[in-house]
Ligand binder design. Sequence first.
Ligand SMILES: [Fe+2]
Ligand SMILES: [Fe+2]
Length: 175
Amino acid sequence: MLKVMTLSRELYTHSLNVCLLGVGLATALGWQRDQVSSLGVALFFHDLGLAEDAGQESVPLPLSLHDEEALSPHAEASAQAVAQLPEVDDEALEMVRCHHENLDGSGSPRGLSSTQLSAAARLARIVDIYERATSGCFKSEVLSAFAALQMMRNEMREQLDQEMLSALVRFLGQA
Ligand SMILES: [Fe+2]
Ligand SMILES: [Fe+2]
């Protein structure tokens, strides 16, 4: 956690927001307490691989959204670090590896398709994109919540789990 906090305040804020949003959404979906707990820890560290890269000074932070998408190795680097944490179960660990994968196979690093992506991986993809779009972190254009959800519904229809996105809309409406 120290590495995330000290290397980039932007990365820390993004990580914390994704964690809180993901835990809230998973709880609203009725997931088991243990599963939510494991997911929350893994979500906080889902981009730890970016900090590892920055620590080696090969990648400057903050990164643009495009840069982060292009950095496919960071998902695996994050997973390797998260694997050290006893609180994280196998599903949450695989979620870290898959947080840039899309349902239509256009994601990275493995180009997995819908049948290969767990509910946790689908949830992570959605909360990660929503947080970046609405916070403007990693040099993203800042969108309103409505515009971000509309973009995710229309422009990313084939890439994101639309039922999960509907659950996020309901959750945000209740929050
Ligand atoms: Fe990432
Ligand atoms: Fe992220």
